[in-house]
Design a binder for this molecule. Structure first.
Ligand code: NAG
Ligand code: NAG
Length: 197
């Protein structure tokens, strides 16, 4: 039987669907807190994927991750910067992020500069999913997933990093807000770059 309440459910779920594309992130691992952002980008999924994986160009546009260098297991930078599973990355970030827009010559704020050593844990070109995990800090577990999906001809970008482990409480206290600002700033800058170039 058709009732007012089923109608309401349909309207409300319709509104929710219209606002948020379905998530393609893997289920979140349990943790203390996360940093995340997502954004709808009016560009092809292939274009956004190539910008996301083009780490050498990050300094040109990314206000949060100022540099991301692919290395071998001993952290020696590689000539081929194509991300592959089980290669390492050295990430230099600004927490909170720099004020956009940025270019390669935008100076870092040394007070907010952080360097982490990470492992590339997943590169799935068919599913447009990539992840890397913190390596150098044994008391903190954190894996950052970034995935793309097609949504009504546009590209839905989602990124999430869940923090767990003994050190996560300190990271939450010091950096939760700045990390989330960073994820958001990167999402907005990725959209800007994909839609305007
Ligand atoms: C996406 O961009 C195209 C031009 O490339 C434009 O025609 C279209 O209206 C845009 N869609 C949205 C939802 O902004
Ligand atoms: C890096 O990730 C790969 C792929 O998930 C995994 O097999 C490997 O054990 C990881 N290496 C380290 C040092 O964590």
């Amino acid at each position: 039987m058709f009732t007012i309440s089923t109608l309401l459910v349909q309207i409300v779920s319709g509104i929710v669907l219209a606002q948020s594309p379905p998530s393609h992130l893997p289920p979140a691992t349990p943790g203390l807190f996360d940093a995340h952002a997502n954004i709808l980008i009016n560009a092809s999924i292939d274009k956004v994927w190539s910008i996301l994986l083009d780490f050498p160009s990050y300094p040109d546009w990314n206000p949060f991750v100022r540099s991301q260098i692919v290395t071998d297991a001993d952290f020696n930078p590689l000539a081929d910067q194509t991300p592959r599973e089980n290669l390492r990355i050295i990430i230099q970030s600004q927490i909170p992020p720099l004020k956009p827009p940025v270019s390669a010559t935008t100076p870092a704020n040394p007070l907010n500069a952080h360097t982490t050593m990470e492992n590339i844990t997943h590169v799935d070109n068919a599913e447009f999913a990539v992840a890397w995990a913190l390596l150098d800090t044994p008391e903190i577990n954190a894996e950052r997933w970034s995935v793309l999906s097609d949504f009504e001809g546009q590209t839905f970008y989602e990124s999430r990093e869940v923090y767990s482990g003994l050190g996560a409480a300190a990271v939450e206290l010091l950096f939760k807000k700045g990390l989330n600002e960073g994820f958001e700033a990167q999402a907005e800058a990725l959209k800007e770059r994909a839609e305007t170039r």
